[in-house]
Write a protein that binds this ligand. Structure first.
Ligand SMILES: Cc1ncc(COP(=O)(O)O)c(C=O)c1O
Length: 296
C-alpha cells in the first residue's frame, strides 16, 4: 500500500526514521565508495554514515557548487544524501538540480522525506514525487512519526535495494519489527492523510502569514529574523541558549507550546525557537505568537 501510494517499486518498513537512516547508510557504501551529505543533515543520517565503510564528506548546506566540486573527486560508487525539508531550518533542498548533478556524475541520490511526508505535494506524497523525480531517485525515506502521527518509517526503492537491505541492514535485521497495532495505525493514516486537502491549505495560509512577518522588532529594541522557510517549520533565531529558553518560557506562560532548539543541536549563535505549525492552528493563534514575540 505504501509503495503504491508513493509510486515506488517497493517499500521496506523500519521501526523508526532513525533506524531506517542508520540501516541504509551504514550498509550501502563499501570500502572505496563515497558518501556526500548535506552539512545540516539529521543526526540519524550522520550516525549511519559513521557506521559505514565508505568515505564521507559533507557539502555546504543546499550548495550545488560545493556538491559539484565534491562530486569531481568521488571514488568508487557515490551516494549523495539530503533531506527534502530540513528539520531545523524548514527550507527545502534544490532536489531537481541535485538529481541532475548526480546523474551527470553517475552518483545515486538518497532523500530523507521525514518532514515532507504528509505535507508536501497535493496528496502529501513528498517533494521528490511531487516534482516527478522519484523514478530517478535511488532511495527515499518516509517517516511516520511526524505529520502522520504514528511511529516507524519506510525506505522506498527498487526491488534490488530492498532485497539488499533485508540481507545487510542491521537495524532492520537485529530488532523486533513494529507490532501489528503500529502497522494498523500507519495503514489508517495512509487511508486518511492523502485526502486532507483542507488541512494542507490551512498550513499554506499559516506559512504565508509567517512569511509576511519575517522580522520581529521587539519592544526592548531587539531584532530577530525567521529562517526563510516555505514549510510548517518556522525557526526564529534568538542567539544564546539562555536567551532562547527565556523567550520560549515567555510564550509558554501565554499558553503557547513552542520549543527552543539549543546549541549543540544547532550551531552556536544559531539557537532558535522552532515553531511547528499544525493544520489546526488558526491565523489568530499565529498572530498571537508574533505579538507575544514583539513584547519581549
Ligand atoms: C530529517 C529526519 N530524519 C529522520 C528522523 C528520525 O525519525 P524518527 O523520529 O522516526 O526516528 C528525524 C526526526 O526525528 C528527522 O528530522
Amino acid at each position: 500500500m505504501i509503495a503504491k501510494f508513493h509510486d515506488s517499486p517497493s517499500a521496506l518498513i523500519f521501526n523508526s526514521g532513525y533506524d531506517a537512516n542508520i540501516g541504509l547508510l551504514s550498509c550501502i557504501a563499501e570500502r572505496g565508495d563515497t558518501i556526500l551529505y548535506d552539512k545540516l543533515s539529521h543526526a540519524s543520517i550522520r550516525d549511519g554514515i559513521r557506521l559505514s565503510q565508505g568515505q564521507a564528506f559533507s557539502f555546504a548546506h543546499n550548495d550545488l557548487e560545493d556538491l559539484k566540486n565534491k562530486l569531481r573527486s568521488k571514488k568508487g560508487q557515490c551516494f549523495v544524501v539530503t533531506e527534502s525539508v530540513f528539520s531545523m531550518d524548514g527550507d527545502m533542498a534544490p532536489v531537481r538540480e541535485m538529481l541532475a548533478l548526480c546523474e551527470s556524475a553517475d552518483a545515486r541520490l538518497i532523500v530523507d522525506e521525514a518532514h515532507a511526508t504528509g505535507i508536501v505535494g497535493n496528496h502529501g506524497e513528498g517533494l521528490i514525487q511531487h516534482e516527478a523525480l522519484h523514478h530517478n531517485c535511488f532511495a527515499r525515506i518516509v517517516t511516520f512519526g511526524k505529520a502522520l502521527g504514528c511511529h516507524g518509517a519506510a525506505i522506498l526503492s527498487g526491488e534490488l535495494l530492498r532485497n539488499y537491505l533485508i540481507n545487510f541492514s542491521r537495524s532492520f535485521i537485529f530488532t523486533t519489527a513494529l507490532p501489528p497495532v503500529a502497522v494498523a495505525a500507519i495503514k489508517t493514516s495512509y487511508e486518511i492523510f492523502p485526502a486532507m486537502f483542507a488541512e494542507r491549505e490551512q498550513l499554506k495560509e499559516l506559512i504565508n502569514f509567517f512569511r509576511q512577518n519575517q522580522t520581529i522588532h521587539t519592544a526592548s529594541g531587539k531584532t530577530f529574523a525567521f529562517k526563510p522557510s516555505g514549510t510548517p517549520i518556522q525557526g526564529l533565531v534568538v542567539p544564546g541558549n539562555e536567551k532562547v529558553k527565556a523567550v520560549a518560557n515567555h510564550l509558554a506562560a501565554l499558553e503557547m507550546d513552542v520549543r527552543p532548539i539549543l546549541y549543540p543541536t544547532v550551531p552556536e549563535g544559531e539557537e532558535r525557537l522552532r515553531i511547528a505549525l499544525h493544520s489546526f492552528n488558526t491565523i489568530e493563534e499565529a498572530g498571537k505568537i508574533i505579538s507575544a514575540l514583539k513584547e519581549i
